[in-house]
Design a protein around this ligand. Structure first.
Ligand code: HSE
Length: 306
């Protein structure tokens, strides 16, 4: 096999309380990429459709993660990469991660799978770092492993795959503005109050327990963020009214997706997810800001070959 086409999914990082550690994988939104093994050594990005991104491998997140793998694998070949980008950069649903993951997943397949999922996550993190100026894997891990993941540590990298309750659906609203991850990280405080830390780690623990026990009510009470959301929500127009609308319509919880501007809600069942999507659509239509709304199952498989 010399060529592979893959679907690299969008993801939601943080999941309210788990800044930089929790994430889950979406089903309906994602990029497509073609990876081709060629004789000419190196990484060659030959096509980018959808958004205007750099072609030089060292300036492109897919290229940087591919170069990290190439340096380690030292194969007797090179790779061409075609990127068909559907996830808008700066949308908050793991656009850079999808690119970073796609190249290394495809190359690994073409090389006969020498690397496991954790090693792929490590390579992809190098690409992600180009976009956000720091290495974190809370979008990458769910894109590679599928479902809900917890990044226990990045150095050394340890990813835990968490159970996905089968009736959980996600609703995403993506206001069409761009928020750069590096900028939305820069506004966060360097220190937090002990009481906030206590609240936050209690919620992370109970959220993980809720996923293990299918306890939707506990899941709902755990989807709270007292550390990051109060700062970042100011960057997202009408965040509070979207959140209130989602909760009023029965969502289990609602928060900022990654570094925003997308907002996610988790819902019990598709019917509730559709109801929440409709209610959010109604209120956001009045703001004059262009937006898109998606309903998605939680994708328990992650990135896949097409
Ligand atoms: N955990 C990251 C953040 C995800 O919130 O900054 C976005 O890349």
């Amino acid at each position: 096999m010399n060529e592979i086409k893959i679907f690299s999914p969008a993801t939601v990082a943080n999941v309210s309380c788990g800044f930089d550690v929790l994430g889950f994988c979406l089903d309906t939104i994602g990029d497509e990429m073609v990876i081709r093994k060629i004789n000419k050594k190196g990484i060659h990005i030959t096509k980018i459709e959808g958004y205007d991104l750099p072609f030089e491998a060292e300036n492109n997140v897919a290229g940087v993660s591919a170069l990290a793998m190439l340096e380690d694998a030292q194969p007797d070949c090179g790779f061409e990469i075609e990127i068909y980008k559907n996830i808008k950069p700066g949308s908050g649903v793991g656009s850079s991660s999808a690119s970073a993951v796609g190249s290394v997943f495809g190359m690994n397949e073409l090389l006969g799978r020498p690397y496991n999922k954790t090693q792929l996550t490590n390579f992809a993190m190098k690409g992600e770092a180009l976009a956000s100026q720091c290495e974190h894997a809370d979008n990458i891990a769910p894109a590679i492993f599928g479902g809900f993941t917890l990044v226990k540590s990045v150095a050394p990298l340890e990813v835990l795959q968490l159970p996905t309750p089968k009736d959980v659906f996600a609703v995403i609203i993506h206001p069409q503005i761009e928020i750069k991850t590096s900028e939305s990280r820069a506004i966060l405080p360097k220190q937090i109050a002990l009481q906030d830390a206590i609240t936050q780690w209690s919620n992370v623990g109970s959220l993980v327990h809720a996923l293990h026990t299918n306890d939707y009510e506990l899941l709902s009470r755990s989807l709270t963020d007292v550390v990051v959301e109060p700062h970042r929500s100011q960057l997202i127009p009408h965040f509070d009214s979207v959140k209130q609308t989602a909760l009023d319509n029965g969502a289990l919880g609602c928060g900022i997706s990654g570094s925003g501007p997308s907002i996610f809600s988790l819902c019990y069942g598709n019917e509730n997810a559709q109801k929440v999507a409709k209610a959010i659509t109604n209120i956001y239509s009045e703001t004059g800001i262009p937006f898109e709304v998606y309903v998605s199952e939680i994708n328990t498989k992650g990135i896949k070959i097409l």
